[in-house]
Ligand binder design. Structure first.
Ligand code: WTA
Length: 650
């Protein structure tokens, strides 16, 4: 049965940047006929070049691709300086703290704050172009200043999400060989202070490449200060010069690293470079959210994830928009908080994750009715497939059946959206990412033949031509970059970018993402490699073997299910204690975000005779599904029934 179709709101479409499917098709046709002409046009139109580029794209060394060679620019200047003539008193960032404290930062203030921060890094800490700076910060405006200050002086930032543990932070610091860490004492969550600086202290114990730590004092709680290493932002910032020359950067100079999970144990440092990334961040802001000059836009992501990078900081600021930053949690003090903020700030575009929508729906179904949400024009979702009931509630109750829902499909590696509805043009279907954006040659391919799949057949979501904001490398590991993304699918004999996701076309050519084809799971929109969780659990001295799989979860989308074989049975004397011990190891190695929802202490794991763990069987057992595949070839088929019984009796 085909899904219902919702046409774009006519009033909205009249003023939208892309007004109908004809315009969309024209753009897509232009791109496919004259790819370099298309991108060259937008790069000239959208960016302010210090020196113009001489070549749009060089793919002679594919997949090591270069965009806009010869061009010089500075990303922080794209986000700030070029708006000063026309927008200096416009709000760049509206900040709301967990406790309701507010700050409005204009573009001129942003310019001063970023320059001061940049001078501090440059003059006090000796940070130079190309140095790596790790940012481990809460959702406060200083986190945005930190990113832009790095961009201004040409340093490469690597943000580590505040939910990661000291161990995980240390791994990322070491891999990037960071010189400086920018952090805060902590922040507030649900009206209570929580801490970050102690985590940094633990991460930096022993030998480290880190020379200096800058601490924003946000909650004023007591922290340790290491003399000669730790400095207070609050004390130093006021005396810094408000002008700082921006570093002249090549188009392909790195802008940032962001570590993400893959199918092996170690997270990879996804590298994005300057011009291509900022170009697509701006273009997608304009096309997908259709933000207008007087609009107020709010993305609820955390800056620790790619969504926070592209759609809280870089994209909105590059286009000169007003972006809202929120420190708190959406359900505190109650599940009406986001709607209260929508009413108060007259938010026009609201962008969040399906997991948040499910929580808000479950905890506060009627909350949207209590507020005036009439300012809303576009609603967005990102990070995981959205289920139809959550979609319906979002569409009807939050959007009053008049706002387009843009189900944006993309990933850390793509830099910005690649498949998404356009709010004024695309007739949408619930829970459907719809079509590739103009300029993006995204296709669902059959991995065996490299041909486009037929409607109804699941295939691999690929992009067949490099695009400007494509990942440029895995930090320090060129081989892994090539192998991870360009090894699985070939079209016409040539490797193409494979996202790791499965997808399907419907009879109208609409794309629905079906989920990962690898061992990566999506917990509350956080991307977690099962191999990474397994590597953590293996650090427990009594663990012999472990296999982690995803299991559908009402709120989180997917939950984490671990099958563990202990070295000795003595440990299971107290199962509750053992579960606690396992979770403590995870907490230490990765952080609370990777805690298991279910742990089963299994007598063994289902393996082939060559020793490969049959995860498909474990996934079926976790879901409570009947095992349909042939298990007679397993090394020990009896283990399957034993595990099934254990799971059933839980
Ligand atoms: C998943 C987040 C379905 C997908 C921006 C992808 C989605 C991974 C959607 C990337 C969507 C993202 N519908 N699934 N609209 N958006 N995903 O790197 O599996 O944190 O590969 O980037 O999230 O997660 P990442």
């Amino acid at each position: 049965m085909s899904k219902p179709v919702y046409k774009p709101n006519k009033e909205f479409a009249k003023n939208a940047r892309i007004k109908n499917m004809c315009e969309y098709n024209d753009l897509q046709e232009w791109a496919s006929e004259d790819y370099e002409g298309f991108w060259g046009h937008y790069a000239n139109e959208k960016l302010d070049w210090i020196e113009p580029f001489t070549n749009v794209m060089d793919e002679s060394n594919f997949p090591f691709v270069k965009w806009f060679e010869g061009g010089k620019l500075n990303v922080a200047a794209q986000c700030i300086d070029r708006h000063l003539d026309t927008r200096k008193n416009k709000a760049a960032i509206i900040f709301e703290g967990d406790r309701g404290d507010k700050q409005i930062i204009t573009y001129l203030e942003l310019y001063y704050n970023v320059n001061r921060f940049a001078n501090l890094l440059k003059k006090k800490f000796g940070v130079k172009k190309g140095d790596r700076v790790v940012i481990y910060m809460p959702m406060i405006p200083e986190a945005a200043y930190a990113m832009l200050a790095c961009a201004r002086i040409g340093a490469i930032h690597s943000i580590v999400f505040g939910g990661f543990s000291a161990e995980a932070l240390r791994d990322r610091i070491e891999d990037a060989e960071a010189k400086v860490v920018l952090t805060a004492d902590g922040a507030y969550r649900k009206d209570k202070p929580y801490m970050l600086k102690p985590v940094v202290d633990t991460a930096l114990e022993g030998d480290t490449t880190v020379e200096k730590v800058l601490v924003v004092e946000r909650n004023g709680e007591d922290i340790e200060w290491v003399a000669g290493r730790d400095y207070s932002y609050n004390e130093l910032i006021e005396t810094q010069d408000v002008h700082c020359e921006s570093e002249v950067m090549d188009s392909e100079d790195p802008l940032f690293l962001l570590y993400t999970s893959g199918s092996t144990g170690k997270p990879k440092g996804v590298q994005h470079n300057s011009a291509g990334y900022i170009l697509w961040a701006q273009m997608t802001m304009e096309w997908v959210f259709d933000v207008k000059e007087n609009d107020t836009y709010w993305c609820t992501a955390d800056i620790g994830w790619i969504t926070g990078h592209t759609y809280i900081v870089y994209g909105p600021l590059a286009m000169g928009a007003t972006t809202v930053m929120f420190e708190g949690v959406p359900t505190y003090p109650d599940a009406g908080r986001p709607w209260k903020m929508v009413e108060e700030y007259k938010i026009n575009q609201f962008y969040t994750a399906p997991t948040a929508i499910r929580v808000l729906h479950k905890m506060g179904e009627d909350e949207p009715k209590k507020y005036d949400l009439s300012s809303l024009k576009v609603l967005g979702t990102v990070g995981e497939p959205i289920d139809p009931p959550a979609w319906k509630w979002y569409y009807e109750e939050v959007g009053a059946s008049k706002c387009a829902i843009v189900d944006t499909y993309w990933q850390t590696e793509t830099g910005g959206h690649i498949v998404s509805p356009l709010p004024g043009a695309t007739p949408i279907k619930p829970a459907c990412a719809t079509f590739p954006l103009p300029g993006i040659m995204a296709e669902i391919l059959d991995p065996a033949t490299g041909e486009r799949v037929e409607a109804g057949e699941t295939g691999y979501m690929c992009v067949t031509r490099p695009w400007p904001s494509m990942i440029r490398g895995v930090w320090g590991d060129a081989e892994r970059f090539v192998k991870s993304y360009f090894g699985d699918v070939k079209k016409d004999g040539k490797p193409v970018y494979f996202t790791g996701d499965g997808a399907v076309y419907d009879e109208d050519g609409y794309i629905t993402i079906t989920g990962r084809t690898d061992d990566v799971i999506n917990v509350s929109g956080h991307r977690m490699g099962t191999a990474e969780i397994e590597a953590a659990i293996k650090k427990h001295p009594n663990v012999a073997e472990v296999a982690v799989v995803g299991k559908p979860h009402d709120i989180k989308g997917e939950g984490i299910f671990a099958y563990i074989v202990l070295k000795s049975d003595d440990g299971i004397a107290d199962e509750v204690e053992e579960v606690k011990a396992i979770n403590n190891v995870i907490k230490k190695e990765i952080g609370n975000i990777a805690l298991c929802d279910d742990i089963v202490f299994a007598p063994g794991l289902p393996k082939t005779r060559s020793g490969k763990i049959m995860r498909r069987i474990l996934r079926s057992i976790a879901k409570g599904e009947a095992i349909t595949q042939d298990i007679s070839t397993l090394e020990d088929p009896s283990v399957v029934e034993k595990i099934e019984n254990m799971v059933k009796s839980k």
